[in-house]
Design a protein around this ligand. Structure first.
Ligand code: ACM
Length: 548
C-alpha cells in the first residue's frame, strides 16, 4: 500500500464474514457524506470523479458497496478510522478534518492514477483491499512556509501547493507575503504597497555574490479576492493559512512604496542622488529597516487590520527576524524614541516594536508568532516562536512557557541543497538529503515532557531566492517534503531507529503519485538535464551543520 505518511496501524485482510477481499468502485458506487462531512464528500467526489470518471452519486442503496463518511465523537479531532469490508469503505473521523485525512488515505489506496485530473481509460483498477486503518497525527502544526516575496508564485501555483500539502496531510500554510524584494498582498488603504512594492526592475541570479542579473522586471501580487480564494481553498482542505507580514526588518519593499516608513534621516544621507529606495533586487540581510515612529505603528496597524479581515487564523506571523540595528544607532529619530521610552538600547527598541503588535493582536483575539529573534528582550505570554536558528530558540521559548514551531534551518530549510554533487542547481546551505530530513526530530531531547508540550509541531521552509519558478520550488521541496510529512504526522521512533530503507521502498510508489500530480521532484539519481543551472553561483556550506 506504501502509504506516506505512514499510518499508526493497518490491519489487512477480510473482516468478520467478508468475502472477496476488496471493494471495487464502479459506476453504481455511491458516496454518502453524513452530517458534518458534506464538505469532505464534495472534495472526495470531485477528486475521485476527475481521476476515475465515476459519478459517485450521493446516497446509499441496499447492497451498495460505495464510500461512507461520518463523524465519530469518540475519535480525536484529526483522528480517523478507515474500514474497507464487504459493506464498502467507511471513513470515520473525530471531526471533518479527521475524515478529510482519511479521504487522503483512501486516495493513496486507490492507486497513483487517482492523483490525475482525468481518467486514463475505463479499465483501470479502482479497488481498495479489505483492511482497517487507524490513524492520527503526532503534531497539530504540520507546516510548510512558502516565500512568495523573493520570487512571486502566481495564485494558481499557490492553490496547487495547497493540494500538494493536503495530499501529504500537512495543515498549516505559512504564507511569507512581504520582504525586501516584494510586497505581495493588496492593502486597500495603502495602494502603493502593491503599485510600487510588488515588483522590481531586475533580479540577482544565484547567490548574492553571483555577477549575474536577470535584466527584466519581476513581480506580482494577490488581490484581496485572490487571498479570500486561497484562504477558502485551504479551508476546504483543512489547512490554516498563517499570513506573515515582516516587521521591523525585511521591509525595503514597503519603504520603497512609502519612504516615510524608513529611517529617512539616515537613508537620505546614504543614497546617492536622492532619498528614496527601490524594491531590493538582490539577496542577503538588508540594513533598511522600519523607523520606530508612531506613523509606522499606525501604518502597520492599518495593514494588520486588513490582514485580520482576510485571514481567520489564530496566529499571525510578524517576522521579526534579521533586523540590523545600524540605522537605529545612527538615526536621531530612533535615538530620541529610545530615550523617550526609557529603553536601554536598539535591541530593546526591537522588543518594544514587536511587543506593540503582540498586544495589538492579543486585543483582537489573535496570537502573535514570530521568528526566534523575537525572544530577545522578552515576549508576552500568548506569543509563539518559529525556531529557525537551530533548536536553541525553541528550547528557550518552551522553557519560558511559549508555544514553539520547530523549523531549524540546519534540518528543514528546503532551499538548502539535497546532495553534495556538482549538478545540484544553485547549491546553497548544508547538504540535507532525503534521509537527513527523514531523521529530523522536532522535539529536542533536552525538553521535559511538560516543556515539550509547548512544541505545537514543525514546519519546513521554502525560501525562494534561488527558485525562480514553480518547477524549481518543486525540485527543492520534493521528495524531501514527503519525508518531512511523515516526521510531522507519524509516530516515528528515535532518529537512529527510523526505517529509512522501508521509507525509500514506499517512495517508489510515492514517486508515481508525484508523477501523476505533475511534481518536478529531484529524481533519486540526480537532477535531470533541465533541472540543472550550470554556471549559476550558489553558496555551499561544507561540514556538518553546527547544531547537530
Ligand atoms: C529566516 O530564515 N530569516 C527566518
Amino acid at each position: 500500500m506504501d502509504l506516506i505518511p505512514a499510518p499508526r496501524s493497518v490491519v489487512t485482510g477480510p473482516g468478520p464474514g467478508s468475502g472477496t477481499g476488496e471493494v471495487r468502485l464502479t459506476a453504481h458506487s455511491r458516496l454518502r457524506a453524513g452530517p458534518g462531512t458534506e464538505g469532505v464528500g464534495h472534495w472526495l467526489r470531485t477528486a475521485l470523479g476527475q481521476a476515475t470518471g465515476l459519478p459517485l452519486h450521493e446516497g446509499c442503496e441496499p447492497g451498495d458497496d460505495g464510500i461512507r463518511l461520518r463523524l465519530d465523537p469518540d475519535l480525536g479531532p484529526e483522528e480517523y478510522r478507515l474500514v474497507s469490508d464487504p459493506d464498502g469503505v467507511l471513513i470515520e473521523g473525530g471531526s471533518a478534518a479527521g475524515v478529510f485525512w482519511g479521504a487522503q488515505t483512501l486516495r493513496q489506496l486507490l492507486g497513483p492514477d487517482t492523483y490525475r485530473r482525468a481518467p486514463l481509460g475505463p479499465d483501470r483498477a479502482r479497488s481498495v483491499p479489505h483492511l482497517t486503518i487507524e490513524d492520527a497525527p503526532r503534531f497539530r502544526w504540520r507546516g510548510l512556509m512558502l516565500d512568495v516575496a523573493r520570487h512571486f508564485m502566481p495564485k494558481e501555483g499557490v492553490l496547487r501547493y495547497l493540494d500538494l500539502m493536503a495530499a501529504h496531510k500537512l495543515n498549516v500554510f505559512h504564507f511569507h507575503l512581504t520582504d525586501d524584494q516584494g510586497w505581495r498582498i493588496e492593502i486597500e488603504r495603502h495602494p502603493r504597497l502593491t503599485e510600487i512594492g510588488s515588483w522590481r526592475a531586475r533580479t540577482k541570479t544565484g547567490h548574492r555574490a553571483s555577477p549575474l542579473w536577470e535584466e527584466k522586471p519581476h513581480g506580482g501580487y494577490y488581490t484581496r479576492d485572490d487571498i479570500r480564494e486561497i484562504v477558502a481553498y485551504a479551508a476546504e482542505r483543512h489547512i490554516t493559512v498563517v499570513p506573515e507580514i515582516d516587521v521591523p526588518g525585511h521591509s525595503q519593499a514597503a519603504i520603497a512604496a512609502y519612504p516615510e516608513l524608513g529611517n529617512t534621516d539616515v537613508i537620505a544621507a546614504s543614497i546617492e542622488g536622492g532619498n528614496s529606495l527601490s524594491v531590493w533586487d538582490t539577496w542577503g540581510i538588508n540594513p533598511n529597516v522600519l523607523a520606530p515612529t508612531d506613523n509606522t505603528l499606525r501604518f502597520y496597524e492599518g495593514v494588520f487590520e486588513e490582514v485580520l479581515e482576510l485571514f481567520p487564523s489564530e496566529f499571525v506571523h510578524i517576522g521579526g527576524d534579521e533586523c540590523p540595528k545600524e540605522q537605529w544607532r545612527s538615526s536621531e529619530t530612533a535615538q530620541a524614541r529610545i530615550r523617550e521610552l526609557g529603553l536601554a538600547d536598539e535591541d530593546e527598541l526591537q522588543s518594544w516594536f514587536v511587543g506593540h503588535f503582540d498586544a495589538w493582536l492579543s486585543a483582537r483575539g489573535r496570537r502573535l508568532i514570530g521568528w526566534d529573534e523575537i525572544l530577545e528582550g522578552g515576549l508576552a505570554k500568548g506569543a509563539a516562536v518559529s525556531s529557525w536558528r537551530g533548536y536553541a530558540g525553541g528550547i528557550a521559548a518552551a522553557r519560558a512557557g511559549h508555544d514553539v514551531v520547530m523549523c531549524p534551518e540546519q534540518q528543514v530549510y528546503l532551499d538548502h541543497r539535497q546532495d553534495p554533487g556538482p549538478d545540484e542547481p544553485v547549491p546553497i546551505g548544508w547538504v540535507r538529503t532525503l534521509e537527513d530530513v527523514y531523521r529530523f526530530e522536532p522535539v529536542p531531547p533536552e525538553l521535559t515532557p511538560e516543556e515539550a508540550r509547548h512544541v505545537l509541531g514543525t514546519q519546513a521552509n521554502l525560501w525562494t531566492e534561488v527558485m525562480e519558478d514553480h518547477a524549481r520550488v518543486d525540485y527543492q521541496a520534493f521528495p524531501r517534503l514527503a519525508a518531512f510529512a511523515e516526521v510531522a504526522w507519524s509516530a516515528l521512533p528515535a532518529p537512529a531507529e527510523r526505517d529509512f530503507t522501508g521509507f525509500e521502498q514506499r517512495m517508489t510508489t510515492h514517486y508515481r503519485r508525484l508523477d501523476a500530480l505533475g511534481v518536478a521532484y529531484r529524481p533519486p539519481t540526480g537532477p535531470l538535464p533541465w533541472q540543472r543551472r550550470p554556471g549559476v553561483l550558489g553558496r555551499p556550506i561544507d561540514g556538518p551543520p553546527p547544531h547537530r
